[in-house]
Design a protein around this ligand. Sequence first.
Ligand code: BJW
Ligand code: ZN
Length: 247
Amino acid sequence: MYSEALITALMNADSVAVLTGAGVSAESGVKTFRDPDGLWMKFKPEELANFDAFMRNPELVWEWYNHRKEIAASVKPNPGHYAIAEMESLFKEFTLITQNVDDLHRRAGTSNPIELHGNITRSFCIDCNKFYDKVEVSEQQKIPKCDCGGMIRPDVVWFGEMLPMNAIQTATAAAQDADVFFSIGTSGEVYPAAQLPGIARQYGAYVVEVNPGKTSISFQMNECLLGPSGVVLPPIIEELKRRKLSA
Ligand code: BJW
Ligand code: ZN
């Protein structure tokens, strides 16, 4: 259950920022990475989520991403995504920063998510950097090729790769500027994304975590709301709308 302090902070907030991770999509049926049934329990990140692995075995990497693309396209946003999308209209400034690549925030109605780790629906050529919205992977064409002949890869950020400069800069500025900062559905294990709640706190934000369990960044929070985001977030938004209407 949320506190009165959180509702007061939200009522007084001009600027709110939200960082999300895989947990936000769990209730839609997208697997997280580090939970007991998560992706990294079954698949090895060193074989799938770095550039060397792609160069060693692009077919395997494409098979995995194609499978995840199909899952992402077949599931629907959940009440957590919709509650976050509603927040956009409740504050003067609102920034959604996501580590997720599944596109579900946009599909729920968030207009301009900052995608720190890319987006699985896009791809680009490793030789000429041309972007592609649709690529075909099939039995005949196991690795999509660019017009220039180069290999196309998913537009996601693998370990050891820089995050898009604009995305991390905008996210850092939003964390510094936030009056309230939410960290939702992330284990806080992966950097630099995991630094953002701490930056927000250092710059004076009221920082709140939403997660069924404690994480390695829980100690940085003003408040930890223990539970699934699709259950925890909607009542907060409803209460906030009710208070704003009667204010
Ligand atoms: C629920 C729920 C429900 C369940 N409701 N919650 C500083 C210190 C140490 C290391 C580094 C550092 N700086 C950089 C590094 C190296 C590395 C890193 O962080 N390593 C750590 C693992 C130690 N970082 C990088 O390499 C980054 N690049 C970089 O820093 O470049 C500069 C540089 C380069 C070279 C050298 C040094 C610096 C890039 C990171 C890229 C991460 N990529 C991935 C894959 C993306 C593509 C894909 O999807 O395939 O991103 S890895 C994976 O982890 C994915 C996620 O976005 C990311 C974060 O995971 P997330 O979202 O937190 O998921 P989980 O599973 O960990 O947690 C889910 C949570 O949800 C859990 O807590 C559950 O309890 C909860 N949950 N159900 C709410 N219903
Ligand atoms: Zn090309």
